[in-house]
Design a protein around this ligand. Structure first.
Ligand SMILES: C[S@@+](CC[C@H](N)C(=O)[O-])C[C@H]1O[C@@H](n2cnc3c(N)ncnc32)[C@H](O)[C@@H]1O
Length: 248
């Protein structure tokens, strides 16, 4: 084992930190500037070999961060082992800084709003999409914690590449709200502006009445009759892709 005792550091920080579960989450978090006070691997050499192969840009940072621990120690630190047997804790970014970024205008890329999402995997997939498209942020309403470890795992650590916060509908960032709903106007005829707030309904019940009341536009994704709706994350993917094309 090298470096300061990572296990006691882990126990000291775990309750207030973001769990980075697996090599890819750690890689993305480091790449996008996360503060990572502790990182462990069952096979440090294998983790660094993976970094050399897949992420040479962060290899040296991981070399400095990773401490090798026995498999039983690793297993005691994480809720369920990841195939890469790598885990780390990151400092959760400041909510105040995120709120400032979300509220900042003029905006060069939309904010994605998930209105009362229920599925942790969907939320993570949406954060990954938002990171990929360079969205300003992802806001959730309702009770789901968008920083829940399962969401961070599904988001592959890309929470650090965008601004992720939970707000109420009344607190949504400024900007024209385009709410996605199968009853709306065909998106193929709609230009989504860079300052758009793109809102998506819950997997169970769609858009809430509060969100509908805030929406200036209802927009539909093309869908054959008799199909009720698309999955939430795939709806976000199509909408961000449409925004990225720029035209109507
Ligand atoms: C799984 S759907 C919600 C289905 C839900 N049972 C309902 O009553 O609307 C989740 C969200 O994805 C978006 N969505 C799904 N299919 C869509 C479509 N064809 N057009 C626009 N938005 C869609 C909407 O924002 C919707 O609220």
């Amino acid at each position: 084992m090298t470096g300061p005792d990572p296990v006691s550091l882990w126990h000291r920080l775990a309750d207030t930190s973001v769990l980075l579960d697996g090599f890819h989450a750690l890689k993305h978090a480091v790449r996008f500037g996360a503060d990572v006070p502790v990182a462990v691997a069952v096979d440090r050499g294998a983790a660094l070999a993976l970094a050399e192969e897949l992420a040479p840009d962060v290899r040296d940072t991981l070399d400095a961060l990773l401490t090798q621990v026995p498999e039983s120690t690793y297993a005691s630190l994480v809720p369920r082992p990841h195939p890469t047997a790598v885990a780390a804790l990151a400092v959760r970014p400041s909510r105040a800084a995120h709120l400032e970024r979300l509220a900042h205008t003029p905006r060069t890329a939309p904010v994605v709003v998930l209105d009362n999402p229920r599925n942790l995997g969907n939320a993570g997939a949406v954060i990954r999409l938002a990171a990929g498209f360079g969205a300003t942020g992802v806001v959730t309403t309702g009770t789901l914690d968008p920083w829940h470890p399962t969401v961070v795992r599904a988001g592959a650590g890309l929470h650090f590449a965008t601004a992720v916060e939970r707000l109420t509908v009344a607190e949504l960032p400024p900007g024209p709200v385009f709410a996605l709903d199968p009853e709306g106007d065909d998106i193929r005829g709609v230009k989504l502006p860079d300052d758009a707030v793109l809102a998506f309904g819950s997997e169970r019940s769609g858009l809430s009445p509060e969100l509908r009341a805030r929406a200036g536009h209802l927009v539909a994704l093309p869908m054959r009759p008799q199909v009720s709706s698309y999955n939430l994350a795939t709806s976000v993917a199509m909408t961000l892709y449409h925004w990225s094309l720029g035209g109507s």
